[in-house]
Design a protein around this ligand. Structure first.
Ligand code: GLY
Length: 561
């Protein structure tokens, strides 16, 4: 499958006419968009073309994805919005879900004290208080230029008039079919009378969602604070055994958090602070790899792979042990990225060693794409890197009466500190289920700044593989010297602490490399795809926007605002 993916670099998937000349695409001045869905990318380009800034375009893309990419795009989820504005100031807006006020630390444990995974993953009890609408509203109030209604309007039109379902839309409906059909609204919208998913090419209209979006366009965030949308949602939650309440919606607040900014060999990496683990992870891994001759060894060298895997495994150990909602932290985060700490970490890394995790058997683990990332830049040099999610595919597999899926973000908490979640991550009491808290996240929107200008905007879905996917794009581009397209397309690998397996896309490891890594004791496992990076790079003062050739995304540029 990877071979097929790489072939796509040279033979891109069919795209709508406006995007065809633009994957990858370059322009001088006016901006660019990369997302996982062509209609959403087009919406962002249209907003830039009429004079919207990067924040305007990002808000419009977010709402469009809620219509055209119900797998992960959302009104019922949350995410992270990283901005570097036209004046060079960086901002991190956290609109992640919170645990409802009625949440209890043991709410996902059975009578035997063990986690009941289905409870935190499926159905209304798995749903956190969504932050998407308040988050987009907050971004608009702070940094938007065009009127709010203008930014929501394209999503209203896509929901009301319909969009054509693409191949991955149909196949993801197929994969989640059994669970989705249990929800009456989802069964009615996305499946035919025989329970088959709508075929590729279907014009999918979503009237309930169109009405919800019209209310949001008209009332702004108030539509998600109280009123019919919230009342119906809370009633559906109660009927389905959930714990969402009207005050949860009234009280939800997006948070401005510190931007993690650190120097990496003369570049500034801007990333998200907790509840994202992204910034700390990148700072740790890039800092601990400093001084090793990765560039000399090269991308296709077993030493590079093993060393990076050891570094990411150690960083995951710290992530899982120490990180969670900042409200629960009782130590200074600086300790995790202090120079002496990273020096000690570096001394313990070796490209010739496999470090076995302290304990535990490999946990079941599958890479998920069930989040989405989009990148936007505008003609004034502002950039938005936004990762947004329902957590699992179609979230908790329940739809609000307003026609949108609800997240299952509660599974990102440690249901029982010390036990694995759906991603095989074993996390600590810092990430316990506590009312009002936000669960630890791997979402990792990044902006790279060189000589005071945005040089790259990067992010990916994929649960914990988000962290290693973003890391590898950075290393590919800036350490291994790849072109922007190669940096995104090059086959990836992933290693976290537990389970200890190094997972790799087929073309990443040669047979010789695999034999060498096995001889060190490193367990290996091949995967189909890791990550779905939607990125934008500055190449000689032009934008090159790239949608990951592994999937059906689309990237484009605007040249005529
Ligand atoms: N729900 C995936 C993450 O936040 O890491």
């Amino acid at each position: 499958m990877i071979a097929a993916a790489l072939a796509l670099i040279f033979c891109p998937l069919p795209l709508p006419a406006a995007l065809q000349a633009a994957a990858p695409s370059t322009t001088q001045r006016f901006g660019a968009v990369s997302s996982s869905q062509a209609d959403a990318t087009q919406v962002g380009l249209d907003i830039l073309a009429v004079g919207g800034n990067a924040v305007d375009a990002a808000i419009a893309v977010h709402f469009a994805l809620a219509v055209t990419y119900p797998y992960a795009g959302n009104l019922g989820g949350g995410g992270f919005f990283l901005l570097r504005d036209a004046h060079g100031e960086a901002w991190f807006l956290d609109f992640r879900e919170t645990a409802p006020a009625a949440a209890q630390p043991d709410m996902y444990l059975g009578a035997d004290g063990q986690p009941l995974a289905a409870l935190s993953r499926l159905g209304w009890k798995a749903v956190g208080v969504p932050g998407a609408v308040p988050g987009m509203w907050e971004a608009h109030q702070r940094w938007g230029k065009l009127p709010w209604r203008q930014l929501v309007a394209p999503a209203v039109a896509l929901a009301r008039d319909g969009f054509r379902l693409n191949e991955s839309g149909t196949s993801s409906l197929q994969q989640s079919g059994e669970l989705l059909r249990a929800d009456a609204l989802a069964a009615h919208l996305f499946f035919d009378g025989e329970g088959m998913p709508l075929p590729t090419g279907t014009l999918l209209r979503q009237p309930q969602l169109a009405a919800t979006l019209e209310t949001i366009a008209h009332d702004g965030v108030d539509a998600f604070r109280s009123g019919a949308i919230v009342d119906e949602l809370v009633a559906a939650s109660a009927a389905g055994g959930g714990i969402l309440s009207a005050p949860d919606f009234r009280d939800y607040q997006p948070q401005l958090r510190p931007v993690i900014a650190f120097d990496w060999r003369g570049r500034t990496i801007l990333a998200a602070s907790p509840p994202s683990s992204g910034g700390i992870f990148l700072q740790q891994v890039l800092g601990s790899l400093d001084g090793f001759p990765l560039r000399m060894w090269g991308f296709r060298d077993a030493r590079s792979v093993q060393l990076i895997g050891e570094a990411t495994s150690a960083a995951f150990r710290d992530r899982n042990r120490w990180l969670g909602d900042p409200a629960g932290r009782d130590f200074d985060l600086a300790a995790l990225v202090a120079p002496q700490y990273l020096r000690a970490r570096r001394r313990n890394l070796s490209p010739q060693r496999y470090t076995r995790p302290d304990r535990g058997l490999p946990q079941p683990f599958t890479e998920h794409l069930e989040t989405t990332h989009f990148s936007v830049v505008d003609g004034d040099g502002a950039a938005v890197s936004c990762t947004t999610t329902l957590n699992g595919a179609y979230g908790a597999k329940v739809m609000a009466p307003g026609g949108f899926f609800m997240n299952n973000e509660m599974d990102d908490f440690a249901a029982k500190p010390g036990e694995a979640n759906q991603f095989g991550l074993v996390q600590s009491a810092y990430n316990a289920v506590i009312a009002g808290r936000r669960p630890l996240s791997s979402m990792c929107p990044v902006i790279v700044v060189v000589d005071e200008k945005v040089d790259a905007v990067i992010g990916s879905p994929g649960g914990p593989t988000i962290l290693t996917s973003v890391l590898q794009v950075l290393l590919n581009r800036y350490e291994f010297g790849m072109s922007a397209l190669q940096a995104v397309a090059a086959p990836r690998f992933h290693r976290q602490d537990l389970p200890p397996t190094l997972r790799y896309e087929a073309l990443r490891l040669s047979g010789t490399m695999r034999n060498h890594l096995r001889s060190l004791g490193q367990p290996l496992e091949s995967r189909d795809f890791i990550g779905d990076v939607n990125a934008i790079f500055r190449i000689k003062n032009r934008w090159q926007a790239i949608a990951d050739p592994r999937w059906n995304g689309a990237a484009g540029v605007v040249t005529n605002p």
